[in-house]
Design a binder for this molecule. Sequence first.
Ligand SMILES: [Zn+2]
Length: 126
Amino acid sequence: MTWQQFLTEKVLGECWHDGTSILMAGYHCKKCDKIFTCNHTFDNRNDLLDLYEAIYRDGKWDEFFWFSASHCKPKREGLGCSETTAWLFCLDGKDYEKRCKMVADFYGWNERDPVIDKNSGAYGDN
Ligand SMILES: [Zn+2]
């Protein structure tokens, strides 16, 4: 399971669509039977905020905030100050993907999940 699939299914509780193309309309998902255009990419503001909202709904925002603060290396101020929040919300417009991936880490995503090794071969040769 990729970290993007993990975030979609385990954190957002949505379907990681898997389907086939149908003429100009997009794709038909064979799991949820919906028409979709693409899965979450987790490299943009919308996806990041969806994740943060999900964390908040889970009642884990406080825990997550301090987890993430430990990954931030503030230069001027201490942990938990304005510098950390700017970093957390990518106010410089960069690194959405890194913050999203941090959410996956927070929820325990593990790229060495045996399911991945067995089914995808993604960790084969490199
Ligand atoms: Zn689906």
